[in-house]
Design a protein around this ligand. Structure first.
Ligand SMILES: Nc1ncnc2c1ncn2[C@@H]1O[C@H](COP(=O)(O)OP(=O)(O)OP(=O)(O)O)[C@@H](O)[C@H]1O
Length: 763
């Protein structure tokens, strides 16, 4: 029976032929058995025959053309996308909810206020800046949900005001008083006693005063340049003899702690801007200071590097970074005690639209709360944890090398529950030290200069190995750091390559070539997270270590694309953007529709940071209409509308925000869920670096790898079980927006659960 015949007969037996609209009738959602238990045929009467496993290159998935034509005919409503910017603000609202949650430890609440603040800064510097540029250039392109740039900016402004107000209230009314109860106080000058005032005064004179520059603003002194995200004081001074008033500005030094400890041994802190404000008399002797207010400007910080084949990317980027300092302002933050007069002056001088001025209750720039998070009060923070070593790498009596472990089978890693240091880092370090290793090739998107991975690559190059580092200089906001350690790698003899013109190299892959007897064996690591030991302790990510020859050959080909002129687009076991990830995902979703219609229970499960791509979302809508069960777990932006009758009622969308930043990207397709000869199943599990966004699918080199090892897929199945379990605490997206799990209801914290499981297993 062909696929189209199967479809026809299923339709007939269900008695749900297409209606007058020509659309296939909707089928009730029938959940197939869960992937974790896929050891035999599903309980589906149509599915008991053993189906052929999928053969062929991963970007070529056989999907019946009649089914595809029918799917594409299935017109979808115009209002099917949510606005991506507002959806991002919803994500940040979920982060804010963690700060507002009294069940969180107190300094964790302060930390979430800091994360909320820096997330919002980034959003303004990039997304809002981009929309403003489009509006100002008169570009008429609308968003997928049909809004102009101006309309979106108005909605963003309204929602941001509401969130910033909530953030300020949470800080002022809840976190600050609770901190005070716990012995950590942010104090005003009026609360500081005489002895402490004298000491702080000396500190000011010795450490702060010399670096301050009072800048007058009058016709002879134009308004000074205010750098993005810096804190400043706007000041009005009066000449007591003439009564003339003048404006001035003093920058709060960014390289001094924001909170000054009032006295050693006591956690009383005075904000730096208040210490400066109290001593303004020293900066303007003979003048009366009549008003002072803190303010902060955010500037467009989106880099536009014009890449040209003949130009050195490193130089182009350095030039652009210098230019970024002068990007146009996109937001002005002032405290809610700022007078009309000072506000009007700032708006005029900075050329900021009044709609872009945000009044903040309490302190500006709560990202500084990271400083308080550093206070040694363990009782106010989450319990520290020691990441477990994956059992495959546990030190036995005779410790095995990573290479011999991988010859025994693949290892799936789950960070931060499992240690990065004892697995991935050890893999690269052992490769660097092993005389039989001939070459190491690795992509580096974000890492830190002091990273042991960078050190290992340097020592491998010094030991005469062929070492290639594919460095993505343009990893946003890390550009400056990337330039300096890329230069350090180059100096050590590493071949540093900056990737393909016009595409960011975002994939996270490493390839080690080792001489073993007469053959060259390849060992690979492919991951969802960066080679950054610091973030590996707080970002949730998956990684696959494997000696699979197909994957080794694929990575060899991929590095030839990245470093040379190879134009290969087909791989054995990888999907690679910009060529084949979108089509690979869409055809697999369409294949689930075929399975569903053939009575083999379609099921798609996706986990990622963001889903925006219209073609992927439309494929999911069509799958939902066909009755395929779709489970999406998305941390950030979700332009897909969930649970909309007639469109997405078979799609559930959940979001988890918490202690660890959910960062893994996992794609599961049930694909009939049948066992295949020789073990395993037709089910497909993929992991990789790509979110379902245009930037990932069209403008970056991204890699998804199919994970085939039974132990690894079982583990991912268990992860999906947890992610989709009814009692897992999460946010759920409905037609009217996001709803959290009930605060006082029972529920499982998935991160706690994984932490307990992993740590327990490592003990
Ligand atoms: N627990 C958390 N909850 C929410 N946000 C967090 C948390 N921890 C860190 N963050 C924020 O998440 C941001 C990083 O997220 P993002 O997805 O942009 O990571 P990334 O490293 O750029 O990922 P990739 O490069 O793979 O796309 C950080 O800037 C930080 O402010």
């Amino acid at each position: 029976m062909t696929a189209s015949e199967t479809t026809k007969s299923t339709t007939e037996t269900n008695g749900t032929a297409s209606g007058a609209t020509g659309r296939p009738a909707r089928r009730p959602r029938t959940r197939p058995a869960t992937p974790a238990t896929t050891s035999g045929p599903m309980g589906d009467p149509m599915a008991d025959a053993m189906v052929e496993p999928f053969h062929g290159g991963p970007s070529e998935v056989a999907v019946d053309s009649a089914v595809v034509a029918e799917i594409e005919d299935d017109a979808l409503p115009d209002d099917r996308f949510s606005n991506r910017e507002l959806s991002w603000l919803d994500f940040n609202a979920r982060v804010l909810a963690l700060a507002e949650d009294p069940r969180q430890k107190l300094l964790e609440r302060a930390k979430f206020l800091a994360i909320f603040a820096s997330n919002l800064d980034e959003f303004y510097m990039v997304r809002v800046a981009g929309l403003k540029r489009r509006r100002d250039m008169g570009l008429s392109v609308t968003s997928a949900d049909g809004l102009t740039a101006s309309e979106q900016l108005a909605l963003i402004s309204a929602r941001t005001r509401e969130l910033v107000e909530r953030q300020g209230r949470c800080f002022v009314d809840e976190v600050l008083p609770a901190l005070a109860d716990a012995g950590i106080r942010i104090v005003h000058w009026s609360e500081v006693n005489e002895a402490d005032r004298a000491r702080l005064g000396e500190y000011f004179t010795a450490r702060i005063f010399p670096v301050l520059t009072p800048l007058a603003v009058d016709p002879a002194h134009p308004f000074p340049y205010i750098s993005g995200l810096s804190l400043s004081l706007a000041i009005i001074v009066r000449n007591p003899e003439t009564g003339t008033e003048r404006f001035a500005r003093v920058k709060v030094p960014p390289n001094v702690d924001r909170f000054i400890q009032v006295r050693r041994g006591v956690y009383d802190f005075l904000p730096l801007e208040e210490l400066i404000a109290t001593h303004l008399g020293q900066l303007f002797p003979g003048m009366d200071v009549t008003e002072h207010q803190a303010f902060r400007v955010t500037r467009n910080a989106d880099l536009e590097v014009e890449e040209d084949r003949d130009e050195d990317l490193l130089q182009a980027l350095e030039r652009e970074l210098a230019r970024r300092r002068f990007g146009p302002p996109v937001r002005l933050e002032v405290t809610n005690t700022t007078s009309e007069r000072v506000l009007a002056w700032l708006l005029a001088e900075l050329d900021v639209d009044p709609a872009d001025a945000v009044e903040v209750p309490g302190l500006l720039d709560l990202s500084s709360l990271w400083q308080l998070y550093g206070i040694d009060k363990p009782g106010l923070k989450d319990a520290p944890f020691v990441p477990a070593t994956n059992p495959a790498f546990a030190e036995g009596e005779t410790p095995k090398s990573v290479f011999s472990t991988l010859r025994d089978g693949d290892v799936l890693l789950h960070h931060p529950y499992e240690s990065f240091a004892t697995t991935v880092q050890r893999f690269i370090e052992q490769a660097a030290a092993d005389p039989r290793v001939l070459a190491i090739k690795q992509t580096l998107y974000r890492t830190s200069g002091d990273s042991p991975i960078v050190d290992a690559l340097i020592s491998a190059a010094e030991a005469g190995k062929e070492v290639v580092a594919l460095v993505e200089l343009k990893a946003r906001f890390d550009e400056q750091a990337n330039i300096s350690w890329a230069k350090a790698l180059e100096r050590a003899g590493v071949h540093v390559v900056y990737g393909l013109v016009g595409l960011k190299t975002h994939c996270k892959t490493a390839l080690v070539i080792r001489q073993e007897g007469k053959t060259l064996q390849r060992y690979c690591h492919l991951a969802t997270g960066n080679y950054n030991p610091k973030t590996a302790r707080i970002y949730e990510d998956l990684g696959l270590l494997t000696a699979d020859p197909d994957i080794g050959a694929d990575l060899t080909d991929l590095f030839n694309v990245l470093t040379g002129y190879s134009r290969q687009t087909e791989y054995r076991n990888l999907l690679v953007a910009p060529q084949s990830i979108r089509s690979g995902i869409v055809t697999r979703i369409e294949r689930e529709i075929e399975h569903q219609r053939a009575g083999r229970g379609g099921l798609v499960r996706l986990k990622m940071n963001s889903i925006v791509d219209e073609r992927v979302i439309d494929a999911l809508y069509r799958a939902s209409r066909a009755g395929v069960a779709v489970d999406v777990t998305v941390r950030g932006i979700c332009a897909l509308r969930a649970g909309v009758p007639g469109l997405s009622e078979n799609i559930t969308v959940r979001s988890i925000v918490g202690r660890f930043l959910e960062h893994s990207r996992i794609f599961y397709f049930r694909n009939g869920g049948q066992p295949v000869e020789g073990g395993g199943s037709t089910e497909e599990y993929w992991i990789g670096s790509a979110d379902m966004m245009h930037r990932n699918l069209d403008r970056r080199v991204e890699v998804l790898v199919q994970v085939k090892d039974k132990g690894a897929t079982d583990r991912m199945a268990r992860l999906f079980e947890l992610l989709t379990a009814p009692d897992t605490r999460c946010w759920t997206l409905g037609p009217d927006g996001w709803t959290p799990s009930p605060v006082d209801g029972p529920g499982v914290d998935i991160q706690e659960e994984l932490l307990r499981g992993r740590v327990a297993r490592g003990e």
